[in-house]
Design a protein around this ligand. Structure first.
Ligand code: CU
Length: 211
């Protein structure tokens, strides 16, 4: 192989490895995936501002919400458009947790995802730039049952476009217990028939035994 070709291949490899390592940082502590520090989202002329946010994850934050086991210290975030957000993620549990934002522009984040993960107790940080949208994005922990057990949050950009379902403290429990009385016509008639049947059988017994 020609020396020049070899050098070209080497440089190409080096560039791809550096760009990959930029998109992903990992270690025995966890990982940060699909960070975006510089690239402007479509429709943003410049980075409008900078914000720091700290998100804590753990069982401690579930106590407030009956029916949940895991939680975040905050279940809703409000960010302006085109803003660089530096996220510090702290895991207070001794098990794996993630903070994953979904639905972000795919030209900035592969699969539309910005992902922070800690394999246990610890801290990491990552950065993303909010898109030029008015949208509510889902953030959660993708480990089996962690979202269903409370690790779910919403990230509103530019005010958002409403609430997502079953966000702890915001849009209620996942499976709301239904103790309300069903007063539909069918149900009322059924209750009446059952009452008459029950009452007449009582009367019948009463007179039968009295004989
Ligand atoms: Cu988790």
């Amino acid at each position: 192989m020609n020396k020049v070709v070899k050098i070209a291949i080497y440089i190409a490899l080096l560039i791809s490895v550096t760009s990959l390592s930029h998109a992903m940082r990992m270690g025995e502590w966890g990982m940060v995936m699909n960070e975006n520090l510089e690239q402007l989202p479509q429709g943003c002329d410049a980075v409008a501002g900078e914000m720091d946010v700290t998100i804590k994850a753990g069982r401690e934050y579930a106590k407030e919400f009956p029916g949940t086991i895991f939680g975040y210290s905050q279940h809703e975030f409000d960010f302006p458009k085109c803003t660089r957000v530096n996220v510090t993620f702290i895991n207070e549990d001794d098990i794996r947790h993630q903070f994953m934002i979904h639905g972000l522009p795919t030209y900035l984040h592969p699969q539309g995802m910005f992902h922070l993960e800690l394999y246990g107790n610890g801290e990491t940080s990552g950065t993303f730039i909010t898109p030029n949208t008015e949208e509510t994005y889902l953030a959660h922990c993708d480990l089996a049952q962690h979202m269903e057990k409370g690790m779910k949050a919403q990230v509103k950009v530019g005010g958002g476009n409403g609430n997502l379902p079953s966000i702890p403290g915001i849009s209620g429990q996942l499976n709301k217990d239904d103790y309300e009385l069903d007063l539909s016509i069918e149900n009322t008639l059924l209750m009446l028939v059952l009452f008459i049947l029950g009452f007449s059988s009582c009367l019948f017994c009463f007179f039968w035994f009295k004989k």
